[in-house]
Design a binder for this molecule. Structure first.
Ligand SMILES: Cc1c2[nH]c(c1CCC(=O)O)Cc1[nH]c(c(CCC(=O)O)c1C)Cc1[nH]c(c(CCC(=O)O)c1C)Cc1[nH]c(c(C)c1CCC(=O)O)C2
Length: 384
């Protein structure tokens, strides 16, 4: 392990006593002081934050889901010999990995380097992230007794998160830092299946077959997720994204009845901070309205639904994020530009605030230069 990335000392709770930022308060802190983001900071006025609020922007802001990661040689270098979950607990390393794509691509937001299962690990769930597979749970949750593994998350469970975000915010200047968490349903799918799944058969069997146990499980996950997002916002994250990556496997009625209340609880718990809340899932064309209704300010759209159509499905007043097919980046530059123009035209026709992104995460074999070129192209095409 490189010496300068050794785990740091436990972080002090820096922001003790500072209450949540309310939208109407005149809260004059600058982002470099860290702590919840203030409205007079340059970060608050950045293109990304303005787009999330549906305001005029100097250019369409760009970031990429999974922008930090295996597509970057500098990521592979610093991660050499360090397991994924260990890396998430090393603040200096987290800072470096989070900054890498910002430096390289000139994207408009940094996304905090972590994983959706980090809060579960932090409260003591026995799990690992297996390379090429994903999260694997030692004792899947199938019975009421299994729920005992799932207690609320306290800030002291994740001192490395507070510390890493403090380091990042100090370095990022006006560039916003996006925090994130897995949504209760997506986390439940890993916990109940024991790992990645195509069918979610055990998860859905519990949801349909034992609604009381399911409700208890997903509510506990909402508490954990909200706790994890609060730590990130308190430490200085400017916005948060809730990944309900696998919610697209649900019919709208089932989503509304069995999943949305938990996600609503998460969004409601962080509402008072006034930071933009983004909600994203894959294959959620039929759920886009509900993803907004759950409490999002920005609805993330995958590549299957044009943004103009997505706009008809989402209640007014919310911004949209997306939605270039990540595999387009394997095509020649002329095709990337043509598809990007389509996304930008559709976003413009929607009349909404627009954050440019891919429709899902960067594939690990993507040429990083294609991402750098794409970032510059979106900026150039949308310069006001
Ligand atoms: C479903 C999900 C997970 N993790 C995440 C999601 C939601 C996003 C999505 O829908 O893709 C979220 C996540 N995971 C990671 C990030 C980093 C931040 C960023 O986007 O730049 C983010 C935002 C790091 C990571 N998370 C993981 C890696 C790769 C593993 C490694 O580097 O050893 C990284 C960089 C591991 C992981 N963790 C998970 C999977 C499916 C995998 C991939 C397994 C593999 O292909 O090896 C669970």
């Amino acid at each position: 392990m490189p010496e300068d990335y050794a785990p740091g000392p436990p972080a002090q709770r820096r922001h003790h006593g500072r209450g949540p930022l309310r939208a109407c308060e005149d809260f004059r802190v600058t982002q470099s002081e860290s702590g919840p983001i203030g409205q007079s900071s340059p970060t608050y006025e950045s293109a990304f934050m303005r787009a999330c609020r549906g305001e005029e922007v100097p250019h369409t802001p760009v970031w990429f889901m999974r922008q930090a990661g295996r597509s970057l040689p500098e990521f592979r270098k610093v991660r050499e010999g360090i397991a994924m979950l260990d890396s998430c607990m090393m603040p200096e390393l987290v800072k470096e990995i989070t900054l890498q794509p910002v430096r390289r691509h000139g994207v408009d937001a940094a996304v905090y380097y972590s994983d959706i299962v980090v809060p579960l690990k932090a409260i003591g769930v026995d799990l690992d992230i297996k390379p090429g597979v994903g999260p694997v749970i030692a004792h899947p949750v199938r019975t009421r007794e299994d729920l005992a593994q799932l207690r609320p998350l306290e800030p002291d469970d994740v001192p490395y998160v507070t510390e890493a975000i403090g380091l990042l915010v100090a370095e990022l200047g006006a560039t916003p830092l996006l925090g994130f968490a897995g949504a209760p349903y997506t986390l439940a799918s890993y916990l109940v299946e024991g790992g990645p799944s195509r069918t979610y058969e055990n998860t859905k069997a519990m949801m349909y077959g034992d609604p009381e146990l399911w409700a208890e499980l997903i509510d506990r996950l909402a508490v954990i997720t909200a706790g994890f997002l609060k730590v990130q916002i308190e430490a200085g994250a400017s916005a948060v994204q809730l990944f309900d990556s696998w919610a697209g496997g649900l019919a709208p009625d089932d989503y509304r009845r069995s999943v949305m209340p938990a996600s609503q609880k998460v969004f409601a718990e962080v509402a008072s901070y006034g930071v933009p809340r983004i909600h994203f899932g894959v294959g959620t064309g039929e759920l886009l309205g509900l993803l907004g209704e759950a409490g999002a300010d920005v609805v993330g759209v995958d590549w299957r639904v044009p943004l103009e159509e997505a706009s008809r499905r989402v209640a007014p007043g919310k911004a949209l994020q997306g939605n270039l097919d990540p595999t387009v980046l394997f095509a020649p530059e002329s095709a990337v530009r043509a598809k990007t123009d389509e996304v930008l035209a559709s976003a413009k026709a929607s009349g909404r605030g627009h954050v440019f992104n891919l429709g899902h995460g960067v594939h690990p074999t993507t040429d990083p230069d294609a991402l750098t070129r794409l970032t510059a192209y979106v900026h150039e095409r949308t310069q006001r």
